[in-house]
Design a protein around this ligand. Structure first.
Ligand SMILES: Nc1ncnc2c1ncn2[C@@H]1O[C@H](COP(=O)(O)OP(=O)(O)O)[C@@H](O)[C@H]1O
Ligand SMILES: [Mg+2]
Length: 219
């Protein structure tokens, strides 16, 4: 069985590439046949693949900038597919979502960012017409450690839930410098050596398990 997850948001800087590259690396470490598809013209996931050491567990990465992802995806024959879907509302964006079983939308816990992510929800609602089995999920990224999420953020998330019914993952990622440092070496925070990566590593592994279980159950 294959699991296909689009990590998508038209809003930039929310952590799509960080999550897609870390998840693909973790799947490869677990011995899953994995492919990372980069549809974002910024090419962050492809740069990560290029930087990745030969000693690390390998996965295939391809950049697709034509609206052909939904046509090509099964031919890759991978167990785990992660699609880094950024940029604007384009045909490529829609093709990537159409190709997926589940869309994972990273949000940062700021009101402005959550508001600007609403465009993404609108696009997904349109795509769902004719693709009702798409599972839509949200996760919070870059939560500042030691702070509680503000009441406003909770309120916004609750309002979104009432309106769209997207599943919000229980686990989230804190803001950890390790994410920036590991990326340049083409390694996930789980693979890179050093105590300073420990918290980020534990947190992303916990989130990964939650996301993959949910994706499997809802396939
Ligand atoms: N949990 C995190 N903690 C710290 N920095 C993060 C985290 N997630 C992402 N970043 C950093 O934030 C920036 C934007 O993340 P990125 O994954 O490139 O977002 P996107 O692909 O949505 O544009 C990058 O510099 C990345 O290293
Ligand atoms: Mg990106």
């Amino acid at each position: 069985m294959s699991i296909k997850i689009a990590v998508a948001n038209v809003k930039g800087g929310v952590g799509k590439s960080t999550i897609a590259t870390n998840f693909a690396s973790i799947s490869a470490m677990k011995g899953k046949k994995t492919i990372l598809i980069d549809t974002d013209t910024q090419g962050s996931s492809m740069a990560y693949r290029e930087a990745r050491s030969d000693a690390a567990a390998q996965f295939q990465a391809v950049a697709i900038h034509t609206p052909t992802v939904h046509k090509d995806i099964d031919a890759f024959n991978a167990e785990h597919v992660f699609i880094d879907v950024g940029g604007r509302d384009t045909k490529v964006f829609r093709s990537a979502i159409l190709a997926s079983d589940m869309v994972l939308i990273p949000l940062t816990p700021s009101q402005f960012d959550i508001w600007s992510s609403e465009d993404t929800f609108t696009i997904i609602e349109e795509i769902k017409i004719g693709h009702e089995d798409l599972t839509s999920t949200l996760m919070l990224n870059m939560v500042i450690s030691g702070t509680n999420l503000s009441d406003e953020v909770h309120q916004i998330l609750n309002d979104f839930y009432d309106k769209y019914k997207y599943h919000l993952f229980k686990n989230h990622l804190f803001h950890r410098v390790g994410f920036k440092e590991s990326i340049s070496q083409g390694l996930s925070v789980v693979e890179i050596k050093g105590d300073k990566f420990k918290k980020a590593s534990d947190e992303i592994l916990t989130l990964y398990e939650e996301v993959m279980s949910y994706a499997t159950e809802n396939k």
